[in-house]
Design a binder for this molecule. Structure first.
Ligand SMILES: [Zn+2]
Length: 66
C-alpha cells in the first residue's frame, strides 16, 4: 500500500475537498412517455431513445392473489 512521503498542508487538503461537491443528478423528460429519465440514456419505462424503441422493456407482472 502506498504511503504519503510528506504531510499535505491543510490548504492543499481544503483545495482538494473544495473541488468535491454533491451533485444532484439532472433529470430530463422522456419524449415518448413523458416520464422522468436520465439524459443521454434509454428510457427505463418505455425503452425509447432518440424517438425509436431501442430495448424491449419487460412489463411488471402483477402477482395474482389466490
Ligand atoms: Zn419513455
Amino acid at each position: 500500500m502506498a504511503l504519503p512521503k510528506r504531510r499535505h498542508s491543510s490548504s492543499r487538503q481544503a483545495k482538494r475537498r473544495g473541488a468535491q461537491k454533491i451533485h444532484v443528478p439532472s433529470i430530463s423528460v422522456c419524449s415518448n412517455c413523458k416520464s422522468p429519465k436520465l439524459p443521454h440514456r434509454v428510457c427505463s419505462v418505455c425503452g425509447y431513445y432518440k424517438g425509436r424503441q431501442v430495448i424491449q422493456v419487460k412489463k411488471k407482472e402483477k402477482k395474482e392473489k389466490k
